[in-house]
Design a protein around this ligand. Structure first.
Ligand SMILES: [Zn+2]
Ligand SMILES: [Zn+2]
Length: 205
C-alpha cells in the first residue's frame, strides 16, 4: 500500500497537528490532478497549480486557507479561439483529526465560526500528512468558467460560413436564398425530431 507521504499532493503537518494555535505555511506548486474539466475547458493534468496559504491548528483539526492559482485552458464559446488564463480561487477547508466523512461539514462550520460552508478532508491515518489532491480537484471543478469568452463583446463566427466576425466586422452575405434553404432544412429536422419523440414518449410514473 502506498504511503501517504508518497502522494504528490502530500503536505507534512506533523509539526502543527495536535498542537492548537500553530501555523504551518504552504507556498508551493502541485501538479494538477486528473479530472478537472475536459479538453475544452479545464486544467491539464500535471500542469503546476500554485498554492499559497497555511494550515492553522485548532483543537479538533487543521484549518487550511489558501489562494490557489491554476492555468486553465478554454475555448471561447462564440468564436472557438483557444484561451489560456490563470484562474484564481480562495479556499478554506477543514482537516479534522477525527474524520467522519461528509457529515463532518456541519461541525467544521461551527468550529471555524465561518459563515461560508467549508469542505472537509481526511488527514493521513497517522495524522502527519494532509493530501491536497481532492481539494484541488474539487476547487477547480466548481469554479471553472462555464461560458468562457475571449472578450465580453466577442462577435463570434458567421453562422453561414464560419468566418471570425471579430476579424471581419463588415462581413455579410447576400443570402436570401441561403436563408430560405437553411429554414427549410430546419423545418425538416424539427419534423423528424418531433416524430422520434412522439414514438419514444416515456411513460409517466
Ligand atoms: Zn471569441
Ligand atoms: Zn459568412
Amino acid at each position: 500500500m502506498a504511503r501517504p507521504e508518497d502522494s504528490a499532493w502530500a503536505v507534512s503537518v506533523a509539526q502543527v497537528a495536535s498542537r492548537p494555535g500553530q501555523s504551518s505555511p504552504v507556498d508551493a506548486d502541485f501538479p494538477a490532478p486528473s479530472g478537472i474539466g475536459d479538453a475544452i475547458v479545464g486544467v491539464t493534468e500535471g500542469e503546476p497549480i500554485h498554492v499559497a496559504g497555511a494550515f492553522d491548528s485548532i483543537v479538533d483539526g487543521l484549518i487550511f486557507r489558501a489562494h490557489i492559482t491554476a492555468p486553465v485552458h478554454a475555448e471561447c464559446t462564440r468564436c472557438l479561439k483557444p484561451l489560456q488564463r490563470d484562474w484564481d480561487a480562495d479556499v478554506t477547508a477543514f482537516f479534522p483529526y477525527q474524520y467522519k466523512g461528509d457529515n463532518a461539514n456541519e461541525d467544521a462550520d461551527i468550529i471555524a465560526g465561518e459563515e461560508e460552508s467549508e469542505d472537509s478532508y481526511p488527514l493521513s491515518p497517522d495524522g502527519c500528512f494532509a493530501d491536497l489532491e481532492a481539494l484541488l480537484r474539487d476547487t477547480f471543478v466548481e469554479t471553472l468558467p462555464l461560458q468562457p469568452l475571449c472578450k465580453p463583446d466577442c462577435k463570434g463566427l458567421c453562422p453561414q460560413c464560419g468566418i471570425n466576425l471579430n476579424e471581419h466586422p463588415d462581413h455579410q452575405h447576400d443570402t436570401t436564398d441561403i436563408r430560405f434553404a437553411a429554414l427549410a432544412g430546419l423545418k425538416e429536422q424539427l419534423e423528424r425530431e418531433t416524430g422520434e419523440h412522439a414514438a419514444q414518449e416515456p411513460k409517466e410514473k
